[in-house]
Design a protein around this ligand. Structure first.
Ligand SMILES: [Zn+2]
Length: 60
């Protein structure tokens, strides 16, 4: 059954992500820190600005 195959695949992916997080807890946060330092936060909506303008359309 195709649906069952997809479900098993998705479960495997989630499991892999959890195992990766458990094995390397610092890797994800370290990468996030680098991203947050490079991208300023939008003053209008508080999201990280990727590029020159925010997704909300306001300057900041
Ligand atoms: Zn914004």
């Amino acid at each position: 059954m195709l649906l069952k195959t997809i479900l098993v695949f998705l479960l495997a992916m989630v499991l892999l992500g959890m195992i990766g997080k458990a094995l390397f807890p610092g890797a994800m946060s370290r990468g996030m820190k680098r991203i947050t330092r490079r991208n300023p936060v939008c003053k209008a909506c508080g999201r990280y600005v990727i590029g020159k303008t925010c997704d909300c359309g306001k300057k900041g």
